[in-house]
Write a protein that binds this ligand. Structure first.
Ligand SMILES: Cc1cc2nc3c(=O)[nH]c(=O)nc-3n(C[C@H](O)[C@H](O)[C@H](O)COP(=O)(O)OP(=O)(O)OC[C@H]3O[C@@H](n4cnc5c(N)ncnc54)[C@H](O)[C@@H]3O)c2cc1C
Length: 416
């Protein structure tokens, strides 16, 4: 069913009893032209663009749990393209442009809200770094505005500007950045891919990757062997474990990242705010809760929950930026498993196994990349060659040293 004002009116008139399921619940077939492992945002977007852009509909997405149960439904919903390095800016800007047309494209309300992203700065040196970033963005046609303290105060009067441990001097604003309802993205892409003929198969865990004479021939799964000559891995925090099934060792560590939601309050925070003196980012959901997060937990884990020391660290950052937060009660928190690459940038590339492709290393920034990642990974799976926008995201850069060290953090995911 196509969603529209007319289908809504028709359903309203009949007590909303006629809405069909959003996607089928198919049994896995014995063979597909292409399999995508992982039904998160990236896997589902890949399947959708494979079908829509490349006409490849004999595709299955295999998800070990349920659609939306991974990081795609656990993140803090921020989208932006305020990157610095040439390998990254065009890719993330393409993603933002796809977000801007996404709801129309997939006929689904994902609550894309371009409410602006503010990066606060606290010193002259940090301002210079943000000026450089803003100029790099503008050279690439991306929107960026530098705000001084007075302009920022007008926009966000609740910030602790002067008496704080790190007085705030201004901010870099990307007006087109914002938030998107995270799990709606998974549902919307799943529904749109299903409508084009893709099999979205939940409760189907991939347990092995069959390789014969250097080429992939299919996957072992909890529902039997499924053959395919093209297999794309989009398993986010589980990338290392799944790639190991084909004998690959990835330059990726898995860490927990937590998210937090406060009780609901009246509208306070106009957009997304990130704190330049620590690691803290916050926005306000349409329901009124403040949604925020900070650092990853510093140890390797596959658990979808974190520890209290990190909760304290995140909340400390928030209180330093905005002491009024201390009046709020924390409603809930959860964790997701992050695929931390060693230069902070992703991998969208072939592997040494013919027909086996890798999409991984999204660190804690992969949600905003979902549309472009699916777009470029679908291109790779369909044509066998890298999309120009993702040309820098090679797996062998960790051997050659051509790192895309966007945050200057280098190989130290424990020191973010
Ligand atoms: C708390 C938190 C906050 C974040 N905030 C932001 C943010 O504000 N902005 C932003 O851009 N990014 C953010 N991120 C990062 C972003 O959510 C991830 O980078 C992105 O969602 C990862 O891609 P995905 O959606 O495909 O992952 P997932 O949804 O995790 O999808 C991977 C899927 O693979 C499945 N899988 C794994 N192993 C197997 C197997 N063997 N067989 C079958 N299926 C398997 C998993 O079950 C999972 O569903 C955040 C992440 C977290 C956890």
């Amino acid at each position: 069913m196509r969603y529209s004002i007319f289908s809504l009116l028709a359903q309203a008139a009949t007590g909303h009893r006629g809405w069909p399921p959003m996607w089928r619940n198919p049994e896995p077939r014995r063979a597909y032209e292409a399999i995508v492992v992982g039904g998160g945002g990236h896997g589902l977007a890949t399947a959708y663009y494979l079908a829509r852009k490349h006409g490849l509909t004999d595709v299955a997405v295999l998800e070990k749990g349920w659609i939306g149960g991974g990081n795609v439904g656990r993140n803090t919903t921020i989208i932006r393209s305020n990157y610095l390095l040439p390998g990254n800016i065009p890719f993330y800007e393409h993603s933002l442009k796809l977000w801007e047309g996404l709801e129309r494209d997939i006929n689904y309300n994902a609550m894309v809200s371009q409410r602006g992203v503010l990066n606060l700065f606290h010193s002259d040196a940090q301002r210079d770094a943000f000026v450089r970033r803003g100029n790099a963005m503008r050279v690439h046609g991306v929107d960026a505005v530098l705000l001084d303290a007075r302009e920022l105060r007008r926009l966000a009067p609740f910030l602790e500007m002067d008496d704080a441990r790190f007085p705030i001097r201004g901010a870099l604003l990307q007006p087109r950045g914002g938030t998107v309802r995270h799990d709606a993205v998974a549902w919307g892409y799943a529904r749109a891919a299903d409508r084009l003929g893709v099999d979205v198969i939940q409760n189907c865990e991939v347990t092995g990757i069959r390789v014969e004479r250097g080429a992939v021939t299919g996957v072992e799964s909890s529902r039997g062997f499924i053959a395919a000559r093209r297999v794309g891995l989009a398993c986010a925090g589980h990338s290392s474990r799944v790639a190991a099934m084909a004998g690959l060792r990835l330059p990726i560590e898995s860490h927990v990242l937590q998210a937090f939601v406060s009780e609901a309050i009246k509208p306070l925070i106009p957009g997304v705010i990130t704190y330049g003196a620590g690691h803290f980012y916050v926005s306000q959901s349409d329901k009124g809760g403040l949604v925020f997060g900070g650092d990853i937990d510093g140890y390797n884990s596959y658990a979808q929950r974190g520890n209290l020391a990190t909760v304290e660290d995140v909340v400390e950052g928030g209180l330093a930026m905005m002491p009024s937060l201390g009046r709020l009660r924390l409603l809930r928190s959860w964790g997701g498993v992050m695929d931390m690459s060693m230069d902070g940038s992703p991998i969208i590339d072939r592997t040494e196994v013919e027909g086996l492709y890798l999409n991984a290393g999204w660190c804690y920034g992969g949600f905003k990349a979902t549309p472009a990642s699916g777009w470029c990974f679908a291109h790779l799976l369909a044509t066998g060659g890298s999309h120009p926008l993702a040309a820098a995201y090679r797996l062998d850069r960790f051997l050659s040293g051509e790192l895309i060290d966007e945050k200057g953090q280098g190989p130290h995911p424990n020191r973010h």
